[in-house]
Design a protein around this ligand. Structure first.
Ligand SMILES: [Zn+2]
Length: 342
């Protein structure tokens, strides 16, 4: 039998107890997105002794993240570490007895089933709607509970989605909101709200894992103007929901949606290009071919290339490129075709 001493303050809490702790140690959770919400969620889950925590993120640590992304520090930003690598290094020191796994990737319909399948709970640490609909389709299809959460400005919301039991995300939000809407790019975000929403998400994960009753509400809160709104969603199932009623998974269907090859990343003037015809790239060979066109710097995870004073291109091994310093997708496309090809 495992030694549970390090979790004594948690096992003393009756609804968890030693039995619940053993369940946590056998559990597998995947956190999608390791920004402000994801770092809070992963930190709680690893400290609480969830046995296996995978985290997935597509971005690297930058100075402007440090205001709220609590697992990272200035050294991570200076070393241009991918967020999941910085998080993995930190969390291994926090709890070496559980397994943490870092995945540098952009979650999309090509890899979602493989990356999210086989987990007990999926947790949302993302900053965008399209990934949430994708998570929802996978969760409903594979019958995996998931915890939704979002935060922007001083406001946040979260809800627990259990396929077959609660309404799904698409029942609650039938359409992808038009345009980009309000993001942390346009109206900012306060660190306490991401801490609070991430903590609520983490505790709902723990409840799901030990088999306790989860929160039945869509919770909305504003910590600046002190408003708290609870909406019971138990009866919110849409009888014609494409996802959870008709099992039509539009966000997993190549023919029904446009492939997102270009994405504007929240938090900075960056465009991601995810070429679907490239499986992997050899960073060393790429460094050789680019070094006559500008400064190149490589670490074990990525290559940074400075074609001019304005832009920085970051290449990952899976073929993705982040183009930093550009104003829009057109300009990003120009850099990409100039240095990589069409
Ligand atoms: Zn539904």
């Amino acid at each position: 039998m495992e030694n549970l001493d390090r979790y004594s303050r948690q096992t003393l809490f009756k609804p968890i107890g030693e039995e619940g702790q053993r369940k946590l140690l056998k559990s597998r959770v995947v956190v999608v997105g390791m920004g402000a919400l994801g770092t809070v969620i992963a930190n709680h889950l690893v400290r609480s002794g969830v046995g296996y925590v995978r985290f997935i993120d597509r971005d690297l640590v930058e100075l402007s993240n440090l205001q709220r992304q609590s697992l990272y520090d200035e050294e991570d930003a200076a070393n241009h570490l991918p967020k999941v690598i910085a998080a993995e290094q930190k969390l291994r020191k926090v709890n070496s007895t559980v397994k943490v796994e870092a995945i540098i990737a952009d979650l999309n319909l090509d890899n979602a089933e493989e990356l999210l399948g086989g987990f007990d709970v999926i947790v949302d640490g993302t900053d965008n709607f399209s990934t949430r609909y994708l998570i929802n389709d996978i969760a409903v299809k594979l019958n995996i509970p998931w915890v939704y959460g979002g935060a922007v400005s001083s406001r946040g919301m979260f809800a627990v989605i259990v396929p077959g039991k609660t309404p799904c995300y698409r029942c609650l939000f039938p359409e992808v909101p038009a345009g980009l809407g309000e993001t942390c790019d346009t109206i900012g975000v306060l660190s306490p709200i991401t801490d609070i929403v991430g903590s609520f998400e983490a505790v709902e994960v723990l409840k799901l894992l030990v088999g306790a009753e989860h929160n039945p509400n869509l919770e909305q809160l504003d910590i600046w103007y002190s408003s708290f709104l609870q909406m019971d969603i138990s009866d919110g199932k849409n009888p014609e929901c494409p996802a959870c009623v008709h099992h039509q998974y539009d966000f997993l269907d190549r023919s029904s949606i446009q492939q997102t090859t270009f994405a504007i990343l929240c938090g900075r003037d960056t465009v991601q290009i995810n070429p679907r015809n490239v499986d992997s790239i050899n960073l060393e060979n790429l460094a050789k071919s680019l070094k006559n066109s500008g400064k190149v710097s490589v670490n074990p995870f990525l290559l940074r290339f400075f074609p001019d004073e304005k832009a920085t291109m970051v290449f990952f091994k899976d073929g993705r490129v982040l183009i930093h310093g550009v104003e829009d997708i057109t300009e990003a496309r120009m850099y990409y075709s100039r240095f990589v090809g069409a």
